[in-house]
Design a protein around this ligand. Structure first.
Ligand SMILES: Nc1ncnc2c1ncn2[C@@H]1O[C@H](COP(=O)(O)OP(=O)(O)OP(=O)(O)O)[C@@H](O)[C@H]1O
Ligand code: NI
Length: 261
C-alpha cells in the first residue's frame, strides 16, 4: 500500500433544494487499497461514487475538494474509472454482442485496432472466468445468467485499465453463492492489477470478508473509517456497532480473525 490515491476535503453535495446528500466528508483513499463504503439506503454512498467519477447531475451543488495525488493528472472519467453497478443492464447495450461491448471500450480508450480490441475482449472474458470466452464473444446480454452478466460488466469496466474501480452494490441482486463468486473475482482482479477498489454496499458482513478498510456512512456523514479488523472488533461509533451487532456471525471472534487475515 503506497500513498494517497485520492483525498476528499470537506466534500459536501446537495441535489437541488433537498437536504445535503454528503456533508463535509474528509476521507483519503489509498493507492491500491480495497475500501468498503458501508451505509444504509440514502446515506450518500452512491453520491460519493458519482462525485469521485464526475457523474453528478449538473444541478448538484458541490463544495470542498477532491484531490488526486495518486493519478498525477486531472481525472479522465471514461479512462481512469471503471464502474460496476447493481444492474449490469444499465451500462450494457442489448443490441451489441458481448465481444463488441467490451472491445469498444478497449478500442476507444487504449487506441487499439478493432482486431486488437477483440483479442483483448476475449482475453478479458477469460480473466473474469466466463465459460467458453470465444462463444461468449458472440452472445447477447439477454442470453446470459445474472452472474455471467455481472462478469461481462466487470470485463467491460476493467477493459480500459482504470486506476479506480467503483463497484456500487455490484453483487446485491445476486444470490449468495454467486455473490461470493463475484466478490472473489473482483478481489482477485484488483489485486493482480493493483487497481484501487471502492466497494459500495449496505452489507458490512460481505465487505469485511475481503476489504482492507471500511468507511461507514450515516445520514450523509462519514461516521467512522479504519482498517477492517479494528472497525469490526472495536467500532468507535454506536451506529457502526449496531450494524455489526445485526450480523451475529461478524461479532463472533473466529470470523473476525478470518476477515482480518
Ligand atoms: N439524482 C438525485 N436527485 C435528488 N436527490 C438525490 C439524487 N440521488 C440521490 N439523492 C438523494 O441523496 C441522498 C443520498 O442518496 P444516495 O443515492 O447517495 O444514497 P445511497 O447510500 O447510495 O443509497 P442506496 O443504498 O439506496 O443506493 C438521498 O437522500 C437521496 O434521496
Ligand atoms: Ni446507492
Amino acid at each position: 500500500m503506497s500513498g494517497i490515491f485520492c483525498s476528499l476535503k470537506q466534500l459536501s453535495v446537495t441535489y437541488g433544494r433537498g437536504a445535503g446528500a454528503l456533508d463535509c466528508i474528509d476521507l483519503d483513499i489509498l493507492t491500491g487499497e480495497r475500501l468498503a463504503i458501508i451505509g444504509e439506503s440514502g446515506s450518500g454512498k452512491s453520491t460519493l461514487a458519482r462525485a469521485l467519477a464526475g457523474l453528478l447531475p449538473e444541478r448538484a451543488k458541490v463544495s470542498g475538494e477532491i484531490l488526486w495525488p495518486g493519478l498525477g493528472h486531472p481525472p479522465r472519467p471514461g479512462r481512469d474509472f471503471g464502474f460496476v453497478f447493481q444492474d449490469p443492464g444499465s451500462s450494457l447495450n442489448p443490441v451489441l454482442t458481448i465481444g463488441e461491448q467490451i472491445a469498444e471500450g478497449a478500442r476507444r480508450h487504449l487506441g487499439l485496432s478493432w482486431k486488437q480490441a477483440y483479442a483483448r475482449a476475449e482475453e478479458l472474458l477469460g480473466r473474469v472466468r466466463m465459460p467458453q470466452p470465444d462463444k461468449a464473444m458472440r452472445a447477447f446480454f439477454h442470453q446470459l445468467s445474472g452472474g455471467q452478466r455481472q462478469r461481462v460488466a466487470i470485463a467491460a469496466a476493467i477493459a480500459a485499465k482504470p486506476a479506480l474501480l467503483i463497484a456500487d452494490e455490484a453483487t446485491s441482486a445476486l444470490d449468495v453463492v454467486v455473490q461470493a463468486e463475484i466478490v472473489r473475482l473482483l478481489d482477485g482482479l484488483v489485486r493482480e492489477d493493483g487497481t484501487t477498489l471502492l466497494f459500495i454496499t449496505h452489507d458490512i458482513a460481505l465487505a469485511s470478508g475481503f476489504v482492507d478498510r471500511i468507511a461507514v456512512f450515516q445520514n450523509s456523514r462519514l461516521v467512522e473509517a479504519g482498517p477492517v479488523r479494528s472497525v469490526i472488533s472495536a467500532p468507535e461509533n454506536d451506529y457502526t456497532a449496531a450494524l455489526i451487532a445485526s450480523h451475529r456471525d461478524l461479532a463472533t471472534p473466529p470470523l473476525v480473525a478470518e476477515a482480518a487475515s
